[in-house]
Ligand binder design. Sequence first.
Ligand SMILES: O=c1ccn([C@@H]2O[C@H](COP(=O)(O)OP(=O)(O)O[C@H]3O[C@H](CO)[C@H](O)[C@H](O)[C@H]3O)[C@@H](O)[C@H]2O)c(=O)[nH]1
Length: 324
Amino acid sequence: MSKKYLVTGGAGYVGSVVAAHLLQAGHEVTVLDDLSTGHRAGVPAGARFIEGRIQDAVKWLDPSYDAVLHFAAFSQVGESVVDPEKYWRNNVGGTMDLLAAMRDAGVRTLVFSSTAATYGEPKSTPITESAETAPTSPYGASKLAVDHMISGEAAAHGLAAVSLRYFNVAGAYGSCGERHDPESHLIPLVLQVAQGKREAISVFGEDYPTPDGTCVRDYIHVADLAEAHLLALDAATAGEHLICNLGNGNGFSVREVIETVRKVTGHPIPEVTAPRRGGDPAVLVASAKAAIDRLGWRPSRADLAEIVGDAWQFAQHLDRTKES
Ligand SMILES: O=c1ccn([C@@H]2O[C@H](COP(=O)(O)OP(=O)(O)O[C@H]3O[C@H](CO)[C@H](O)[C@H](O)[C@H]3O)[C@@H](O)[C@H]2O)c(=O)[nH]1
């Protein structure tokens, strides 16, 4: 049955891919995005677009919406360390306003874009949802605060809520892909080297306690991630706040990612060793058992070469359309 959804941050990377999946499933989608980091061109065709802030969601939410999928947030770990207030005001304050607007409008289902950064430096791997939450950045702390806020809203006011804690989202879905400005994520940066836009990729630290000394991450294809959001909408239960990690449970080192980009693109990728980046845990790998058991999620694009290949197609598409 067709439903009506508000997607905050639907002009951004993950939000636009989820909006596209909702539209393909036959649903009606309104994207609310202030374009502070998103791109108007990223909003999928067929979605209604409102340029606006989550703080003002009360102006647009009404009882005709079945649920909100909430992606709008600042997400740069480094920036959050130098400007924490920006993260508390927007990510936490903005979500507080959004939750109030949902209550006013009687919209009682929420899927929230949470993050592995809520856990901080893990004590054991793979990380389950019962692991200690000790974020090492204001970004992670702001997302954890929202998770707590949502738990309270579910308990006190019967919200049906699911928080999905993403590990390293990568890849692309057609014309929806990753384009941060400035770019700080590993795969798009290595692809920029392949495109000749950068001379070399800096490897941030090669003395970590990992097999090749570089950091290990769990890369998940953005389309697999998007499918989990549709399942989460079905699984959401009044008065319950379900939290699920989303990752493949496979770790790849920075060097393995660079080598995969070499193979996929056929370009040599010069690398230089740089100092460790502050706040980077050595290994972040998810246990996705909860998503598999509770949501019925089955990721189908876990192959790193496929993830990198789709990101490579998107990087070339951006060049061709001269939007980059
Ligand atoms: O030029 C670069 C860029 C990154 N890295 C390394 O590559 C790995 C992956 O880095 P990304 O920046 O791509 O991703 P992160 O693991 O830092 O980020 C992810 O986890 C963060 C929380 O830890 C946030 O949730 C963030 O949005 C999410 O993408 C890290 O070890 C990083 O040090 C490099 O070596 N060189």
